[in-house]
Design a protein around this ligand. Structure first.
Ligand code: SAM
Ligand code: SF4
Length: 323
């Protein structure tokens, strides 16, 4: 079992399969994806070895992320490979939803268990202003189709921004009233490239937590492969509301996840100073060597990130690694 020097266990791997993205989210890639050099993204065979190596060390859940993972044509094969790995119980995907409407049935057939879709506004014009894509309606109908077809494990990620959505929370609460989805507000995080935007737009999720508690929402219990959200339920709502507050004291105490970039580097934290290459071990198809490398690198995992002090590590934007 993977355990760090602070007693935290790692059941959950976030695996980025590309850093390319077709959206221009204002907080992530405001100028769009910049292709500055050739990239040798992990191949399917390498992804299988990563899944096997981590699963043999106790990983039970893999979240496939990016960039935009649905831009890879072999995404269904990647989902299937992760799902067929011994020990992996859950395969999840985080996507901007661009291909959701057409592709969800294919992903589900390949073995996808859970899906996170990013939606920062439920107003089509504002969605377009935030992402550079006029796609809200098709993304929402992709979600409705998925629910109608029985794909019930859908979460929505909403990055909280002072001017764009923080004043309009009722629209989001209303959305989950009759839909069994979990909508999670994520506090905007500072990254290497977005300091000014962060300073203008960051708002804490604490006021939402206070509002939820004052209005009859109750905290739910977290399981061992759960993500970082505090999740609240209400008897009058089919869906739930989650809060991800990376700036909160003790946020890192419950860290249960590690990350591998699309270039095969292990990131011990979203805001680590560097990625630590696993590529040699992956390419040599040597699971024992990969296990030893992961275990020895884990020794360097810090107790917390230092985001509060403005240290964003090597992460210029989250498209590099996934959220
Ligand atoms: N492209 C996919 C998507 O947007 O869902 C997957 C990758 S994206 C980097 C993963 C998640 O990180 C998204 O929900 C996105 O909104 C979130 N994210 C990106 N930059 C962020 C930031 N600076 N602060 C908080 N969340 C961020
Ligand atoms: Fe692309 Fe996701 Fe970043 Fe938006 S948040 S630009 S969809 S990687």
């Amino acid at each position: 079992m993977l355990q760090d020097n602070f007693g935290r266990r790692f059941y959950y791997l976030r695996l980025s399969i590309t850093d390319v993205c077709n959206f221009r989210c204002t907080y992530c890639l405001p100028d769009g994806y910049q292709c500055d050099n050739d990239r040798d993204f992990l191949k399917l065979a390498e992804i299988k070895r990563i899944a096997t190596g981590f699963a043999s060390l106790g990983t039970e859940k893999i979240r496939i992320t990016g960039g935009e993972p649905s831009l890879r044509k072999d995404l269904p094969e990647i989902i299937q490979a992760c799902k067929q790995t011994d020990g992996i119980k859950t395969v999840a995907l985080t996507s901007n939803g661009y291909k959701l409407e057409q592709h969800l049935p294919i992903w589900a057939d390949a073995g996808l268990d859970a899906l996170n879709i990013s939606i920062d506004s439920l107003d089509p014009r504002q969605f377009n202003a935030i992402t550079g894509q006029d796609k809200l309606d098709t993304i929402l109908s992709g979600i409705d189709n998925g629910l109608a077809a029985g794909f019930n494990n859908i979460k929505i990620n909403t990055v909280l921004m002072r001017e764009h959505n923080a004043h309009d929370l009722n629209t989001f609460f209303n959305y989950v009233k009759d839909k069994p989805v979990s909508l999670r507000f994520i506090e905007l995080m500072q990254t290497g490239d977005n300091k000014e935007f962060y300073q203008q737009q960051h708002v804490s999720g604490q006021h939402i937590k206070n509002q939820l508690l004052a209005n009859g929402w109750m905290p739910t219990i977290r399981n061992k492969t759960a993500g970082p959200a505090e999740v609240y339920a209400h008897p009058n709502y089919q869906g739930t509301i989650g809060l991800i507050m990376p700036y909160a004291k003790d946020f890192c105490n419950t860290c249960n996840r590690l990350r591998v970039s699309s270039l095969g580097k292990l990131h011990l934290c979203l805001f680590a100073d560097e990625g630590l290459s696993l590529r040699e071990q992956i390419q040599n198809d040597d699971v024992a060597a990969l296990q030893r490398r992961i275990v020895s690198l884990l020794d360097n995992k810090q107790a917390t990130h230092f985001l509060k002090d403005g240290f964003t590590g090597a992460t210029k934007h989250l498209s590099m690694l996934g959220g």
